[in-house]
Design a protein around this ligand. Structure first.
Ligand code: GRF
Length: 202
């Protein structure tokens, strides 16, 4: 059973999608939900599902960034999933959990990614650049925003949409299918990393 730590910052709809995904029932368990926020909707979802949740920070009762790697190792975490987490992951964690940290991005990377490209900003930029398609990307996390090896992408036609909000809504539905699918592949050891950096899903 793959032990998953989900890092969140907000409403937690991707966390919810993971918890509801039937194929993951016997393959993966969300062992912890972690946020840089003291409280967020995603924590309520964790509580409703009896999942331990933790705040990152220097306050009493929080996990420090410097102690995060040891914390996750102690919980025997197998996979770290960033689902709306907006802070950079410490390099020590990236090294310790090499190719075991993934992120869901609400656009077709490598375009529309990088610092500042999060939330509605992504969809506004996609709209302003008159894209006919957008979509979601799941990628490995490395030391900079949104530049890790791409694991999977799914496109969606947005040529009939004329607002960033409508694009966000349509892309979010794709995210809720793509992220659990990639976790399922990970749990089944069906993600192959080739020497040239290309990722293959078996
Ligand atoms: C998602 O759109 C994800 O692509 C981005 O942040 C958002 C998180 O949404 N990284 P939620 O908290 O999972 O609803």
């Amino acid at each position: 059973m793959l032990k998953v730590a989900v890092f969140v910052s907000g409403r937690g709809s991707n966390l919810n999608a993971i918890l509801k995904y039937p194929n993951l029932k016997n393959l993966a368990v969300v062992d912890s939900v972690i946020s840089d926020k003291k409280d967020c909707k995603a924590f309520q979802i964790a509580e409703e599902n009896s999942i331990d949740n933790f705040t990152l920070g220097e306050n009493e009762g929080s996990i420090s960034y410097t102690g995060l790697t040891e914390f996750l190792k102690a919980r025997k975490t197998d996979l770290i999933v960033l689902a709306g987490f907006l802070k950079l992951i410490p390099d020590t964690l990236i090294k310790e959990f090499k190719n075991r940290v993934i992120n869901i991005h609400p656009a077709l990377l490598p375009k529309f990614g990088g610092k500042g490209m999060y939330g509605i900003n992504v969809h506004k930029t996609v709209l302003e650049s008159s894209q006919k398609k957008s979509g979601a990307t799941v990628h490995f996390v490395d030391e900079t925003y949104d530049t890790g090896k791409i694991i999977a992408q799914r496109e969606v036609d947005i040529s009939d949409l004329d607002s960033a909000e409508a694009i966000a809504e349509r892309v979010l539905k794709i995210e809720h299918e793509l992220l659990p699918y990639v976790i399922e592949k990970f749990a089944a050891n069906k993600i192959v990393l080739k020497d040239d950096g290309v990722v293959i899903l078996l």
